[in-house]
Design a protein. Structure first.
Length: 123
């Protein structure tokens, strides 16, 4: 065999080997189309609720009062007070601690972000 024939033969073997490897690789590796895709959608409407009341705690307290318990405890700006009503507040408790006559309200417990705070939390 001459040198030219050896080069052609070697080139053909190389090409056939590459094609075989490509076929094997493509057949055995079939990644899922959804691999690595997180299809959950998280929309935190409580953030927009709280942000829409920034700087106006009076209207926030009024708006919190219109929320259901489940919506109330999902916000970062309202607390569900004494198992009774939703009011403006944080993890530290209700924003307003006095009633209309200036008397301090009794705070037995409150829920903030689904966690109960206070000495009389229901078991």
């Amino acid at each position: 065999m001459n040198k030219e024939t050896i080069v052609k033969y070697t080139l053909n073997i190389f090409i056939v080997t590459i094609v075989i490897l490509f076929i094997i690789f493509c057949i055995t590796y079939k990644p899922s189309i959804t691999e690595g895709i997180d299809d959950t959608l998280n929309i935190n409407t409580s953030d927009s609720f709280c942000k829409s009341h920034t700087g106006s705690s009076g209207t926030l307290n009024e708006s919190c009062g219109k929320l259901t318990k489940s919506n109330c405890v999902s916000t970062t700006c309202c607390v569900f007070l004494n198992g009774d009503k939703c009011v403006a507040g944080t993890q530290e408790g209700p924003t307003y601690n006095t009633d209309d006559k200036g008397r301090t309200k009794d705070i037995d417990y409150y829920y903030y972000q689904n966690k109960c705070y206070g000495k009389k939390c229901p078991k």
